[in-house]
Write a protein that binds this ligand. Sequence first.
Ligand code: GLU
Length: 486
Amino acid sequence: MTTAKHVRVRFAPSPTGHLHIGGARTALFNYLFARNEGGSFILRIEDTDRERNTVEAVHHIIDGMKWLGMDWDEGPEVGGDHGPYTQLERLDIYHQYAQTLLDKGSAYYCYCTPEELDEKRKLAMKRHLPPKYDRRCRSLSDGECKTFEGEGKRKVIRFATPDRGETSFTDLIKGRVGFKNGLLDDFVIMKSDGIPTYNFAAVVDDHLMNITHVIRGDDHISNTPRQILMFKALGLDDIPEFAHLPMILGSDGSRLSKRHGATSVIEYKSLGYLPEALDNYLALLGWAPGTEREIFSLEELVKEFSLGRVGSSAAIFNPEKLEWMNGEYIRATDLDVLTKEILDVDSGEAPFIKTAEFEYLKSVVALEQERLKTLTEFPEMTKFFFEEDVEYDQAAWDKIMTQEHVPGLLNGLKDKLGKLTALKAEDVEKMMRDLAAEMGIKTSLVFHPLRVAVSGRMVGPSLFHMVEVLGKDRVLKRITDTLQLF
Ligand code: GLU
């Protein structure tokens, strides 16, 4: 009997900045696949590009992943049996593997200077040839090498890519993919400063970390034959399966970028998005659930996810859909939790939120929960609930309050509302409908002026509930204040 292999996948970001939408989608698909399979999810920091990678970016990535609720089984902060999980802490390991390749004749030292390489590149371009390294150092004699060493020349290690044949693999998403070896370069695996390059370090780590599936963006597909060739050259037979995720494009069909709105996950946090909504939306960027249903909690995604349902064509990032989905999540959130989230996201620009009495804030949240699409819209939508003086929207005033019957109506309303002990929504509604009938006018002619008087606006939540939440004192005061303006 054969037992199924324990699935081990990794998310391997290069820490250059915040966790962006594309990276988060890759992380999420790895996470969902691992959890669905009962496997392990590993976070590995690929920080070998010392000019672009920073320690702060590692923190940003970790924060983004935590916010999205993706926990990892091995990696920074949690450790594990296959560490260290940061590549710059693994340099000795890469040197050993580079030595193995050198010993096997699958890699060689290259002493060409950057200037020489530049010359060669220019020459190739002139001849309309691909700017590939001409393999000059691949056939250096021991003597020549010794001479260069004696001169103290700087050297890199290059992989000796086979000239002939094809390297192919069956991608779990794209199907069979093949590359002619002759088109691949003798790429550098170890730089002159002793730091490995991505393609090499990733192979060593995927091997030593027992990675069974490499799930990553399809911009890496052309790296795959190089990586497979290195596994083979090292004599390793644990080549992982590959699944290359489709690109994410903006709605105009170009690669997702800043132009299409927020691109980092944490920016979405400050824009008032809920992590559950972002997870759900990211999951749909390439993965199709196979039903009409679109709303899935993270647990449900774990249950439903399969690589077989990931499509190979590009996914379109649609900010309106994400916003709609966020609204769905806001509506489904428990009121206490939602109120706390609103308090949390408020950056202090709307001080009335932080200082509001919690129960009052909660009753305002309850009124707006239906309409809210992002948490950050809340202060602007509701400031009249909290501020002492109402700001009247000019258009609302001109349209509604300039009607002849309004001052008399407001006086009448003030009187009738004053007689109610507490402003219960149903009582207020009944009183106002009766009043409209008494005055022989349409209900809207009674409702709208009260709305503008108490909120300054033409649109908002249900008028009667709004009046109930504002409470008798505020409502009467606002009507009195409004009357002074006539
Ligand atoms: N460090 C690479 C990146 O951030 C990882 C690619 C891979 O998953 O192999 O794109």
